[in-house]
Write a protein that binds this ligand. Structure first.
Ligand code: ACO
Length: 328
């Protein structure tokens, strides 16, 4: 395979949701214990979310990543020992260091290949896929495991009803392999740090203590407005880069945060609503895990088939956003 015709192609997908499932009715009870009101109607109408999954104590991002990774490896027909690059996108790592990717590597029973975390919040998986694509096309890797894994339940403020009903835990993974046919057609990544304050966990660790606030803060309306704008823009530019048009997109798999943001993006791109993959109703916003979770669901349910053109889109804290256009 010469460099000019070296591409990266997804050969297997996997995902995992922890067993503890909380419906909106469960969240109503949980918040009531804290003297706060919410309702199934409010949550469904504003976000499309009906349920989310939370880990039990002692379960970490690497545990969810492991289950998703095993499924993706099995789907690709690969052993962990064959993988030569591991990237885990997460904002809720097991430890400050070492990376969740090295912990995952060890749990998979592998050693030797490079493994690192990538932190771009809800755009993390799209960022990680783009980095793995570049490394495969450059010839520095040939079989990559790319994972998004999050335990956002650990950083939720259950006294803030405007945020705690929105997020959940989970993991999704793909095996990405060198191929002489695409594969990934084009990728595009962006960030604008001037918006740090609208979505953040403003804590840090110093002297063995947490300094500041270790819980998620979000200005929902500011995030909503930014997300709608950037998702349309990055979709158009990644299509132009690949020499494709909106009409070529068989499936749109945006970050699963809010059904209204997702539907608005599909409308602006003039995509039929049936082309939009929606799983946010079943797991809420799982940050970097949301896009690979939705992709795996779409593959296993028979929606996305070999040869289909798929647009993946991420948007999240930073502010960060990006897109990957691929032939599955
Ligand atoms: N239950 C009931 N009422 C609520 C709740 C709740 N859980 N939360 C807020 N409310 C109330 C508010 O107090 C407010 O009441 P008021 O009018 O009496 O003051 C009312 O509902 C409306 O609140 P808004 O914040 O204006 O609601 P909005 O329509 O903007 O919806 C939401 C809020 C769902 C958060 C929306 O802004 C949104 O989805 N934003 C984008 C979020 C997002 O996509 N985040 C992920 C980005 S990815 C990442 O990086 C993590």
């Amino acid at each position: 395979m010469n460099a000019a015709s070296r591409y990266a192609r997804i050969t297997g997908t996997g995902s995992f949701l922890p067993p503890r499932r909380l419906t909106n009715a469960d969240m109503v009870s949980l918040l009531a214990e804290r003297g706060l009101e919410t309702s199934d109607e409010w949550i469904v109408e504003r976000t499309g979310i009906r349920a989310r999954h939370f880990v039990e104590d002692g379960v970490n991002a690497s545990d969810l990543a492991l289950q998703a990774a095993r499924q993706a490896l099995q789907a690709a027909g690969r052993e962990a020992s064959e993988i030569d690059l591991i990237i885990v996108a997460t904002s809720t790592p097991d430890m400050v260091f070492p990376s969740t990717a090295t912990i995952l590597q060890h749990k998979l029973g592998a050693a030797g290949c490079p493994a690192f975390d990538l932190q771009a919040v809800c755009s993390g998986f799209v960022y990680a896929l783009s980095v793995a694509d570049s490394m495969i096309r450059a010839g520095t890797a040939s079989k990559a495991l790319v994972v998004g894994a999050e335990v956002f339940s650990r950083i939720l403020d259950f006294k803030d009803r405007t945020t705690c009903v929105l997020f959940g835990d989970g993991a999704g993974a793909v095996v990405l392999e060198a191929s002489d046919t695409p594969g990934i057609l084009a990728t595009e990544l962006h960030a604008d740090g001037s918006h740090v304050g609208i979505l953040c966990v403003p804590g840090t660790v110093a002297g063995g203590q947490v300094l500041g606030d270790p819980l998620l803060k979000m200005d929902g309306q500011a995030v909503f407005k930014l997300a709608v704008g950037v998702l349309e823009g990055v979709a158009r530019s990644v299509l132009a880069k690949a020499g494709r048009t909106e009409a070529d997109v068989d499936w749109l798999i945006p970050h699963q945060a809010n059904i209204r943001i997702m539907q608005s993006t599909a409308r602006k791109l003039k995509l039929d609503p049936s082309r939009l993959v929606v799983t946010v109703d079943q797991h809420g916003n799982t940050s970097a895990a949301s896009v690979p979770l939705a992709l795996d669901h779409a593959v296993r349910s028979g929606q996305v088939r070999r040869g289909d053109t798929v647009m993946l889109e991420g948007v999240g804290g930073g502010f960060t956003w990006g897109a990957v256009l691929l032939d599955y």
